[in-house]
Design a protein around this ligand. Structure first.
Ligand code: SAH
Length: 214
């Protein structure tokens, strides 16, 4: 039987901090969220290892370091409204829920959306709202957002997401081909839109109007 709390601390130190994520609030959130409860029971012992893991519908829960890196890039202080595209297991949503005021998350597979919702409810995360649909269109009813995180790879940055970014807001999105992408940080400032490349990643495909076709 793995000691999950110890495994989580080791994960934070050896995988997340060691690779340069230093935002104390992000590290604290990752120490707290029980990642093993977001994966299949058979995979719980691997929940804190240094790689992504399969979830239902042929999708994956991201590698812990990538969750840390992407979350840190949003520079959340606590009062933000955040949008996530690709709820998947719900793990990233829980990390965001620890760090922001409200989290809106969209998943295209109903089954994943329902499951993530029930895990988040059981853990008491009442500041996360999950919707099933095409997240490449964003969530216009509740825009603008201070932070937007896309956890699936896309051939281009969906324009609706840029449009739904608040002044001073930050959007992090993997952009590239179906196999490999670059993490692009988009910041909306007074002088317009600024883009920074944070490096190479491999995500499952964003499937939707502004992503890939099936
Ligand atoms: N953030 C997730 C990672 C999930 S993998 C986690 O912490 O577990 C990416 C997810 O994006 C998959 O569940 C996939 O079904 C979903 N996805 C792909 N295209 C989408 C779209 N257009 N809208 C919403 N979700 C999408």
């Amino acid at each position: 039987m793995v000691n999950f709390k110890k495994a989580r601390e080791r994960m934070v130190q050896a995988q997340v901090m060691a690779r340069g994520v230093h935002d104390e609030r992000v590290l604290e959130a990752m120490r707290k969220v029980p990642r093993h409860l977001f994966v299949d029971e058979a995979l719980r012992d691997q929940a804190y290892s240094d790689h992504p893991l399969p979830i239902a519908e042929n999708q994956t829960i991201s590698q812990p370091y990538i969750v840390g890196l992407m979350t840190e890039s949003l520079e959340l202080k606590g009062a933000e409204k955040v949008l996530e595209i690709g709820t998947g297991s719900g793990y990233q949503s829980a990390v965001l829920a620890e760090l922001a005021d409200r989290v809106f998350s969209i998943e295209r597979h109903p089954e994943l959306g329902y499951r993530a919702n029930s895990i988040l409810r059981n853990l008491g995360y009442d500041n996360v709202i999950i919707r099933v649909g095409d997240g490449s269109l964003g969530w216009p009813d509740d825009a603008p957002f201070d932070g937007i995180i896309v956890t699936a790879g896309t051939p281009m940055i969906p324009q609706p997401l840029i449009d739904q970014l608040a002044m001073g807001g930050r959007l992090i999105v993997p952009v590239g081909d179906r196999i490999a992408q670059d993490l692009i940080l988009v910041q909306r400032g007074r002088e317009g839109i600024k883009k920074t490349n944070l490096g190479g990643v491999r995500f499952v495909n964003l499937v939707g109007k502004w992503g890939w076709k099936e």
